[in-house]
Design a protein around this ligand. Sequence first.
Ligand SMILES: [Zn+2]
Length: 255
Amino acid sequence: MSRQYQRIGERISAEIAQGDLTTGDRLPTEREYAERFGVSRTVVREAFIMLELAGRVNVRKGSGTYVCDPNSAALTNPAPAGDAPDSEDIGPFELLNARQVVESAIAACAAELITKPEIRRLQQLLDDERRGLTDVARGRSQHVEADAADRAFHLGIAEATQNTLLYEMATRLWDQRRRSPMWQHLHARILDFSYRNDWLADHDAILRQLRKRDSQAAQQAMWIHLENVKTTLFALSDTDDPRFDGYLYQQARAR
Ligand SMILES: [Zn+2]
C-alpha cells in the first residue's frame, strides 16, 4: 500500500517534469488539486511538503507555492541534514488520523482501569503543562517543554490501560512524529503557540472523564481533542491563506 500523499506528489512532480509547469510558475492551489485528484486538502498539503523537502517547489509569503529551479534552490536553500525526503515518512495528517483512532480507544480503555495514583500523576502533568505555557507566554522558555508535557500526558493515559501493547502502540505513534522530517517541516511553519491553551483545556476535559470513569465520554473527549489538533495544524500551516506569514516561515526554516 503506497502512501496517498506520495501518489499525489508524484503526479504533480510529473506535470512539472513534462513542462506543464516551469520554474517560477505558481502551482494551482491546494483546493484545485484536491478537486482534480479527488482527495482531501490534507493529502495535497502533505504532497506539497514532500515536494518542498525535495526542492521542487517553494512557498512564498501570502502568495502560494512556486516551481523552483532545482539548481538554484539547492544553493540558496540547502536542505538541512536529515531533512531529506524519506519514502518511509508518514504524512503528518495521516499520523494524526491514526492517533485519533488509536488514542480514543485507549482513552475508553483507560477510563475503566485507571488507578488513583495514575490520576494524580496525570493531574500533576497538567499542572506542569500549565506552568510551562505560562513560562512560554512570559518568554522564559521555548515551546519544546510544552511538547514534552503533551507527550507525557498522552502516554500516561496509554499506561493507564494496563496494556503493554497499547502503550507500545501509542509510544510508537509519538516516536514516529519525532523522527518525521515532514512533521518537523510542518511544525516549523507554526510560530503562534496560543492554541496550546485550547489544547490544555481539552486535556482537562479528558482527565475529568477519566476521573469519572466514563469510558464513552473519555473516548469522545480524546476524539474531539485530536480533531482540534488536526484543524489547528491545518489552519496554521495554510500557505494558500494570504494571512499566512511566509517571513516567519523562512526564519523557522533557517534555524
Ligand atoms: Zn494533547
